[in-house]
Design a protein around this ligand. Structure first.
Ligand code: PMP
Length: 335
């Protein structure tokens, strides 16, 4: 079994739907007086209509899930919560164990936030070259961070956490976001039903970037069950070296066990320049300060819009732009 991490440390069979958090239900009991805790704010994000950017395509509606509305600021709050809940239920995570995983930032932020609220220790393996803002946020939540070789990207961080998990199995809970079915199941159980409900079942196309593939796999799987005619389009960087933080160029990466490419009706390669330009457009034309992967998502959505007469396209804006403000691309194209 060496090298097969498909079920390592998760306690789930690969296709077991596993525990989840029902969409719309609070994650923790309500406090007296209607107060809530931070975990109960995860999910149920708004659906944004991108009216100005879609103007050139009058018969087409383009929408995006504003995943920065999650309390950790990204889409990764959903899988992180589902992974932690599943591990608590199966007994694989308890207060004597430290949660470990590799992450390029957002999953780490989500683990660190939820673990702080639940009283767990967290140790994260993060490529050295992630943005300074992400590093500062991880520190602020009190996570223990190991920086890995920037030349090896997220795969280098993955190799290091796997080695630690193998050597010290009893001490750690290896959350393993790349192979843990609780990742895609979070989207199957929450993101997809929310999209279905928020579009009143009118969604015709789902467009989504690939990192672990969890958002794409879980959401597409459920949407296609709800209506097999919905077309699901994945988007990924068009080259191994790219600036699309949070996304993976699959052909040159270690394949995540949870990613199901057969769900994609089409797969687009997006260049870093195209994503930067679309990210700037979102800020300047829609008033939406998003992360770069949201720019990639909207670039892909616009490609789809250019080909159809009518349709309801939904994509996912995984995080907000404030984590990327130190990047130079914001300065380009100013009048
Ligand atoms: N965008 C950003 C900014 C991310 O951090 C991630 C997660 N790595 C993604 C997109 C992709 O999400 P997923 O892992 O569900 O494919």
């Amino acid at each position: 079994m060496q090298g097969d991490f498909s079920n390592f440390g998760t306690g789930f069979a690969k296709d077991d739907p596993g525990p989840g958090f029902p969409s719309g239900a609070p994650a923790a009991p309500r406090q007296p007086g209607g107060a809530v805790d931070v975990i109960s704010l995860i999910g149920n994000t708004p659906l944004l209509r991108l009216g100005r950017i879609a103007r050139a395509h009058p018969g087409v509606e383009i929408y995006a899930k504003a995943e920065w509305a999650n309390p950790g600021g990204s889409v990764k709050d959903r899988p992180a919560l589902n992974i932690i809940r599943g591990a608590e239920r199966s007994g694989r995570l308890c207060h004597s164990k430290t949660l470990i995983d590799s992450t390029s930032g957002n999953t780490g932020i989500a683990y660190a936030m939820i673990a702080a609220a639940r009283g767990y220790r967290v140790k994260l393996f993060v490529p050295e070259n992630v943005s300074v803002e992400r590093k500062r946020i991880l520190q602020a939540y009190g996570a223990d961070v190991v920086y890995t070789n920037p030349m090896e990207g997220s795969d280098g961080a993955l190799r290091e956490v796997r080695a630690l998990a193998r050597e010290n199995f009893g001490q750690y809970f290896y959350a393993n976001q790349y192979d843990n079915p609780a990742n895609w199941q979070a989207h199957y159980q929450t993101t997809a039903p929310e999209i279905w409900q928020q579009t009143a079942g009118r969604v015709t196309h789902f467009v989504c970037g690939l990192g672990t593939g969890g958002t794409f796999t879980g959401t597409s799987r459920r949407l296609k069950e709800l209506n097999p005619a919905i077309r699901c389009i994945s988007a990924q960087p068009d080259a191994a070296f790219h600036g699309l933080e949070g996304l993976k160029h699959m052909p040159s990466s270690i394949q995540p066990g949870i990613y199901d490419p057969t769900l994609a009706d089409e797969n687009f390669g997006i260049s870093t320049e195209e994503a930067y330009a679309a990210t700037r457009r979102l800020a300047r034309e829609e008033g939406l300060l998003t992360g770069i992967s949201s720019g990639a998502a909207v670039a892909a959505a616009l490609r789809v819009a250019g080909r159809i007469e009518r349709g309801v396209i939904v994509t996912v804006f995984s995080d907000r732009g404030d984590k990327y403000l130190s990047e130079r691309f914001w300065d380009e194209g100013r009048q």
